[in-house]
Design a protein around this ligand. Structure first.
Ligand SMILES: [Cu+2]
Length: 167
């Protein structure tokens, strides 16, 4: 009996080791979205689409929240021909008013673990367009534009430095 128990423990140990090695290699990563993160849309999107680096397991989903953080009823599906893609078509009669929207996703990786995250995009409606046309709402100072340019130029260097240091 003792021998059998030792053998069982050995098997469990091997299984756990295998599971652990999968943990390292098999986490899903979000690689692209539609709309893109931070997008400013003049018309509501007709589709939300998230592309991951590996096929997703059943149970993977996302929720679209409006500015008041109320969920918008959608039916996210894993693309049958490209199972690394999670998408939902937005019905034509769904009127999304201007505002910020948040996509909160939760997917099941190949190793069975849940990975989650979120990103935002913005819809600017007719009202915002009128304000834009009058030049009232967006009147950013010159230093802000320069700050954005410097940030955009510095980001690759920061990321490269970070990647180098984290090795
Ligand atoms: Cu995992």
């Amino acid at each position: 009996m003792t021998q059998f128990r030792n053998w069982s423990l050995f098997c469990i140990f091997i299984l756990l080791s295998l599971a652990h090695s999968q943990v390292v290699i098999a986490h899903s990563e979000l690689i692209a979205t539609l709309p893109t993160q931070g997008a400013i849309l003049t018309t509501p999107p007709n589709k939300i689409r998230l592309q991951f680096n590996e096929p997703l397991n059943a149970g993977s989903t996302f929720v679209l929240f409006n500015e008041a953080f109320q969920p918008i009823k959608l039916n996210p599906l894993i693309d049958e021909s490209k199972p690394a893609i999670l998408y939902a078509n937005l019905p034509a009669d769904l009127h999304l008013p201007a505002g910020f929207y948040t996509v909160q996703w939760l997917v099941i990786s190949q190793d069975g673990h849940q990975i989650s995250g979120s990103y935002r995009f913005q819809i600017i409606g007719d009202r915002d367009m009128e304000i834009l046309a009058e030049g009232v709402s967006i009147n950013l100072p010159g230093w802000f534009a320069w700050l954005m340019i410097i940030l955009a130029l510095a980001t690759p260097a920061i990321v490269w430095n970070w990647a180098k240091n984290s090795k």
